[in-house]
Structure formats: C-alpha cells, structure tokens
Design a protein around this ligand. Structure first.
Ligand code: PMP
Length: 372
C-alpha cells in the first residue's frame, strides 16, 4: 500500500524508534529529579534533543520549549500573548487559512474582547504584504501567519511579514508545522519571528510531541507570555508537566536526521512531486486540475481536483492501494476552509484530493498510478 498522507502524519523512522526505546524502559527517570542515574541520563537526553531541535531551527537551545505538539503550541502562543499583553492592545492579525488550533484560539479570544482580523488569501492561499500592512493598527499586539499551508503547500512571505512586525514592534508567530524538516530555513535569519510552533510527527518523529520557539532578548530572557498550563514550571516556567522523555528523544533524533538529510530530502521530494504530477496529467488528462502552485511551496504536496468525481468515494476506492486524504485530517468531515478561502466552489472542493509524499518514498512506487 502506498502511503501518500504524509502531511497528516508520518511513520516513525527506524533510527528514531531505536533512539526512543531505552527511555521507555531502563532510562525511565524523571528528568527533573536529581543525582541518580535514570534521572541524570533522562535529563541529558532531553537537553541533547533540545540542541538537535535548536540546530534544525537555527536558533539556541534556550529558546526551545517542549510541548505536546503544534495544537498546544498554537494555543499557548495566541492565548498566552493575548493574555499577557492585553494592557498594550486588543488586536490580533491572522489569516483565513490557518490550522483550526489557531483559528479556534482566535475565535475564543474574540469572546474575551479581542478583535481579530482574518486576512483573505490569493488563489494559492498566500496573504499579501500590503493587506497585512493595512490591517496593522496601534492596538495590534500579535500577528500569526501559517508558514507553509498544510493543504496547498504554499509558502507565505514570512520574512517580509515578520520584518514588518519587528519594525512596528508587534509580536509575530508562525505555525511552521508543515515546513520544519522540508524547507531550508534558519531562525537566525528571521529576527522578526518572536514565536514558532512545530510537531515532530510531520517529519518522521513520534506523535504527541513538538515545541515552541520563544525568542530571547539581549539579556537571555525569553519573551514572557502567560502559560497555558500552570504547574511545576518544568520548561522554563512557561510550560508545566513531567517531560515526555521518549517522545522528546525521538523528536531530537528526527530533527537531527532531518537536518543531516535536508538537502537530499528536498531534492527527492521535488523530483517525486514532479513525477507524480506528470503521471496524473498523462493518466487523467483534462479530468485533473492542480489547485496548488508549482513554485514557492513545500515540496511533496499536491492538491488535485478530479473533475466530476466525488473525493470521498475516490479515496474509499483507492484505500486498499493508496492512502491519501481530502485535505486536513483535523477537520475531514467539513469541506476545507482553506479551499473555500482560495475561492474554489463547493463542487471543486468535493472533488479534491491531497497527495503528500515523504522523502522515504521511491519513485518506482509512484508508478502504481499508471496501472490504476
Ligand atoms: N498546524 C498545522 C499546519 C498542521 O498541519 C497540524 C497537524 N495537522 C497542526 C497545526 C496540529 O499539529 P498536532 O496535531 O501535532 O498538534
């Protein structure tokens, strides 16, 4: 069976699995405990993982706060910034194509008196810098914009948007869940990004673990926010809860592998994306329409309309041989809000399928489409 739903989640890499095992068994200690070997070894492993994640993101390990994934990270930053800086302003800027963990957090904040601007997007799901600049007011405290779209793969102009926020002294958060490990960037080149969220399971790490990047100031103090969880303050007093050591170790290993293989992975994803689109065009001719852009995107994501064919029926029929989805797995029962925001008709949305490739897929495996 060919698994082409890697934007929903990925298989844990065998090396990641191996790295995690000791921390499920003999090295089971709580990294916040002291002196005895299980605690010390767990703590060492967590700090090593933090360094690998920081290296992949191009920042310092001090700025990495482990979370349970991007849903938590996106909630933590939007709500945490809004609460902490409420006396400085009540306006937030976001886009219509964010993940529900950002959109629903913003809707919640509206019920608490915040005003949210939901920016429209172009036909590939990108915001315009002009719209962004025009939306900014004296009471804007936070802008949160997805880096790479989970359905269409399109990349937003994060450098320009975050630089503008830096100029205006407004916090900028980006949901980078889909780009980490698939797009070459270093946070040190993005001084305007104050916060970033990501999840390990999108690049062959385990589920239920991720991190937020929180920028530090010149005195090494992390940008303060109100914590989402109150408790023991394990993660720099910003996030509480006993650390999920096996998951964190797996995250660190996946980050290390992603960094090592980044160049070759990107090359492979691009080649395979081109190959798959050429097969689809040849096989289905005018029946297929590509909703995604071909440039300036996350490699390996194709968003394809099969005209006149119901996507759910198609996926059901394909399921024994090809695993794919209609778009975001997080809200699969509703028509995609992303495709709606880019202006597609309900009919077009109902015939769209997303194929998302992993670097672990070989070109020959994609030939299965020719024999359908
Ligand atoms: N943001 C984006 C863009 C995503 O694709 C996802 C996962 N579908 C999330 C946030 C949430 O990540 P998680 O489920 O790991 O919390």
């Amino acid at each position: 069976m060919l698994y082409l739903d890697n934007s929903a989640t990925t298989k844990v890499d065998p090396e990641v699995f191996e790295a995690m095992l000791p921390f499920l068994q003999e090295e089971f200690g709580n990294p916040s405990s002291k002196y005895y070997s299980q605690a010390v070894n767990s703590n060492k492993a967590v700090e090593q993982a933090r360094q690998h994640v920081a290296d992949l993101l191009g920042t310092s390990s001090k700025e990495i706060i482990f979370t349970s994934g991007s849903t938590e990270g996106n909630n933590m930053i939007t709500k945490g910034v809004a609460d902490y800086y409420a006396n400085q302003g009540n306006h937030i800027i976001t886009t219509l194509v964010e993940h529900p963990s950002v959109l629903e957090s913003c809707k919640y904040l509206e019920t608490k008196g915040f005003e949210v601007t939901y920016l429209p997007v172009d036909k590939f799901g990108r915001v315009s810098l002009d719209d962004f600049k025009n939306a900014m007011t004296d009471s804007t405290i936070l802008a949160t914009v997805i880096w790479g779209n989970n359905e269409l793969g399109s990349l937003n102009p994060i450098k320009e948007l975050s630089d503008y926020c830096l100029e205006k002294n407004v916090f900028f958060h980006t949901d980078a869940t889909q780009v980490v490990g698939k797009v070459d960037f270093k946070l040190e080149d993005f001084p305007g990004i104050s916060f970033l969220s990501c999840s390990a399971h999108k690049f062959h790490g385990p589920k239920g673990v991720g991190c937020v990047y929180i920028k530090k100031d010149q005195y090494d103090i992390l940008t303060p926010i109100t914590p989402l969880y109150h408790g023991g303050g394990q993660e720099n007093n910003i996030r509480s809860g006993t650390l999920a050591v096996p998951g964190i170790v797996g995250f660190g290993k996946a980050a290390g592998l992603a960094q090592e293989r980044l160049e070759q992975n990107i090359k492979k994803l691009k080649e395979n994306e081109e190959y798959l689109s050429s097969i689809l065009k040849e096989k289905f001719k005018e029946v297929v329409v590509f909703n995604n852009d071909t440039f300036n995107k996350i490699p390996g994501i194709l968003n394809v309309q099969f005209k006149g064919i119901n996507n759910e029926l198609l996926l059901k029929q394909l399921a024994p041989v090809i695993a794919a989805s209609t778009g975001s797995a997080c809200s699969s029962s509703k028509p995609s809000h992303v495709l709606n925001a880019v202006g597609l008709s309900l009919e077009a949305i109902r015939s769209t399928v997303r194929f998302s490739i992993s670097p672990q897929i070989h070109k020959e495996e994609l030939s299965i489409f020719s024999s359908l």
